[in-house]
Design a protein around this ligand. Structure first.
Ligand SMILES: CC(C)(COP(=O)(O)OP(=O)(O)OC[C@H]1O[C@@H](n2cnc3c(N)ncnc32)[C@H](O)[C@@H]1OP(=O)(O)O)[C@@H](O)C(=O)NCCC(=O)NCCS
Length: 148
């Protein structure tokens, strides 16, 4: 799509990830200190979605169906170069399309950008875990959304 200033805007494409994508996932993760820093191998065995803008990896989301009627976001991050372009929204909406039942996530209370994103997409607060992160120093907010 051509934007009003004449440049070409490329859409965000979300697709299932595979082992081939894990190097890019870990590189994005390393640029996102707010998100859990998983070893590459830990992503194997969970459903993974990757977001691309053109040929560039822009973000990823790892999630799991933890019970027949319950799912969980495990890790979600967008490369700082590609933020505020709808990448995080596209990833979360793709999970909501695929998961069954209530979907839960935990987010650090000071992580205002992430909480703003979840609220905008209709996630609601479902719990509070005092001292959940950083050796008891950072609280977690539990949020949930029903799958479509
Ligand atoms: C949180 C994060 C995933 C958002 O990704 P993103 O691609 O920038 O999000 P989107 O472009 O889809 O944003 C959608 C909406 O979320 C809200 N939002 C996103 N980033 C925000 C910020 N920095 N400040 C305030 N609101 C923000 C806004 O309402 C935004 O809509 P708008 O751009 O029209 O105002 C990204 O900032 C990130 O990767 N952070 C580091 C990792 C992290 O915190 N992961 C979550 C762990 S629980």
């Amino acid at each position: 799509m051509a934007s009003t200033n004449g440049s070409i805007e490329t859409a965000v494409v979300v697709r299932p990830g595979s082992d081939r994508d894990l190097g890019a996932v870990v590189r994005i993760q390393q640029h996102c200190p707010e998100t859990a820093q998983w070893p590459l191998e830990d992503y194997r065995g969970y459903p993974l979605l990757v977001a691309l803008i053109g040929a560039k990896y822009a973000g990823f989301c790892s999630w799991r169906q933890s019970a027949p009627d319950e799912a969980e976001i495990l890790n979600v991050a967008v490369d700082p170069l590609w933020r505020r372009r709808g990448v995080g929204s596209a990833l979360l909406n793709a999970v909501v399309e695929r998961a069954h039942g209530d979907i839960f996530l935990e987010v650090a209370e000071p992580n205002a950008p992430a909480i703003a994103l979840y609220r905008k997409l209709g996630w609601v607060e479902a719990g509070f875990r005092p001292g959940y992160y950083n050796h008891g120093t950072v609280n977690a907010v539990v949020m949930k959304k029903r799958s479509w």
